[in-house]
Design a protein around this ligand. Structure first.
Ligand code: ATP
Length: 291
C-alpha cells in the first residue's frame, strides 16, 4: 500500500536577523540555514518516517534536484516530482532574536504542476490506497477527482486554509483534516459543524489540547488528548500529525488509534526546532512514549 501525496515542495531559507527589517531598511543576516519545507514535502516525510510507502506528486524547478535527492534519501518516492520551468517554490524566513518572524513565500514550480504526473501516478496506484492533498499547489480538485476515479480514498488537509477551497474539496474527500480555527471558519462559511460537512471523517487538531475526530461512529466527536511536552517550536506539528494519521490509517489502525499515534508524533515534533529534517521516526515515538 502506498500513500500518494499531491503537494508542495519548498526550499526554506532561514535568515537569522537582529530584528525584523522596517520598510526601506537593509539588514545583514547573521546566519543562513536551508532546509526542505512545503506541506507536501513535510507530510510525505512524516508518513515515510512513520513507516509508510509514500510517493510525492509535485514539481520543482531546475534548481530543485537537491530537494528531490534529499526527499528520495528520506525514503519518499520522487518519480512523480516533475521539473517545471522557473524556480522551485521557496520561503524566505527572517527570524529575529526575539523569536518574531516574517515570511515571504514564492510558490514557484508548485503552481506550475501539470496533469501529466497525476496521470502517471494514479495509473500505478491501487484501489483503496490513500491520496493526501493540501492547498499549496494547483490541481487539487482535479487530483482528487482523478484519485477517486482510480478508486483511491482522498484525504484533504485544508491548509493554508481558505473556506472556498475547503467547500470545493469537501465533496471530493473521505477525510478532512484542519485545525480548530480553520474548522470555526468553515463552520461560519457553511453554517454546518464538523459532523455535517458531507465528509465521512473530519479530524480537527487542537494544538496542546489534542485532536477530535468525527465520523459515523462518533458524530459527537472522539477526543484524543495531546501528550504533555515542553513545546519549543510548533512549526510542522500539523504536517507531522497528518503524515502519521495517514500512515496509521493506511496500516489499518482505527481512527482513535491513528489519532493517538499522530498526537505522539506531533508532541515530539514541537520539542524540536525545524521542519522536515527533524520530523520524528516511529522508533523515536516508541522510545519516548511507548508503542
Ligand atoms: P502548524 O500549522 O503549527 O503545523 P496546526 O495548527 O496545523 O499546526 P496543531 O493543532 O497546532 O496543528 O497541532 C497538530 C497536533 O500536534 C495536535 O493535534 C497535537 O496532537 C500536537 N501538538 C501540537 N502542539 C502541541 C503541544 N504544544 N503539545 C503537545 N502536542 C501538541
Amino acid at each position: 500500500m502506498t500513500v500518494w501525496c499531491l503537494g508542495s515542495i519548498n526550499l526554506d531559507r532561514f535568515y537569522r536577523v537582529p530584528h525584523i527589517p522596517a520598510p526601506g531598511e537593509t539588514l545583514a543576516a547573521r546566519e543562513l540555514t536551508t532546509g526542505i519545507g512545503g506541506k507536501g514535502a513535510n507530510m510525505s516525510v512524516a508518513a515515510a518516517r512513520a513507516g509508510a510507502r509514500v510517493a510525492l506528486i509535485g514539481a520543482v524547478g531546475a534548481d530543485g534536484a537537491w530537494a528531490r535527492d534529499r526527499l528520495a534519501a528520506w525514503g519518499v518516492d520522487t518519480r512523480f516530482v516533475a521539473t517545471a520551468a522557473g524556480p522551485t517554490g521557496h520561503a524566505i524566513i527572517a527570524v529575529a532574536d526575539d523569536g518574531e518572524n516574517t515570511i515571504i513565500i514564492h510558490p514557484g514550480a508548485n503552481h506550475r504542476l501539470e496533469a501529466g504526473p497525476l496521470q502517471a501516478a494514479f495509473a500505478e496506484a491501487r484501489p483503496g490506497e490513500w491520496c493526501l492533498i493540501q492547498n499549496e499547489t494547483v490541481l487539487q480538485a482535479e487530483g482528487a477527482r482523478r484519485a477517486r476515479a482510480a478508486g483511491l480514498r482522498v484525504a484533504y488537509a485544508a491548509a493554508p486554509f481558505t473556506a472556498e477551497a475547503a467547500v470545493e474539496m469537501a465533496p471530493l474527500a473521505d477525510l478532512l483534516i484542519l485545525n480548530r480555527v480553520e474548522m470555526d471558519q468553515l463552520q461560519a462559511a457553511t453554517g454546518r459543524g464538523p459532523d455535517a460537512q458531507g465528509v465521512a471523517t473530519v479530524v480537527v487538531t487542537e494544538g496542546a489540547d489534542g485532536a477530535t475526530g468525527y465520523d459515523a461512529a462518533h458524530p459527537g466527536g472522539l477526543h484524543v488528548a495531546a501528550v504533555p511536552v515542553e513545546a519549543v517550536d510548533t512549526t510542522g506539528a500539523g504536517d507531522t500529525f497528518t503524515g502519521y494519521l495517514l500512515a496509521g490509517l493506511e496500516r489499518g489502525m482505527g481512527l482513535g488509534a491513528a489519532m493517538g499515534w499522530a498526537a505522539k508524533a506531533g508532541a515530539l515534533m514541537v520539542t524540536r526546532h525545524g521542519t522536515a529534517d527533524v520530523i520524528p521516526n516511529f522508533s523515536e515515538i516508541d522510545a519516548n512514549f511507548g508503542a
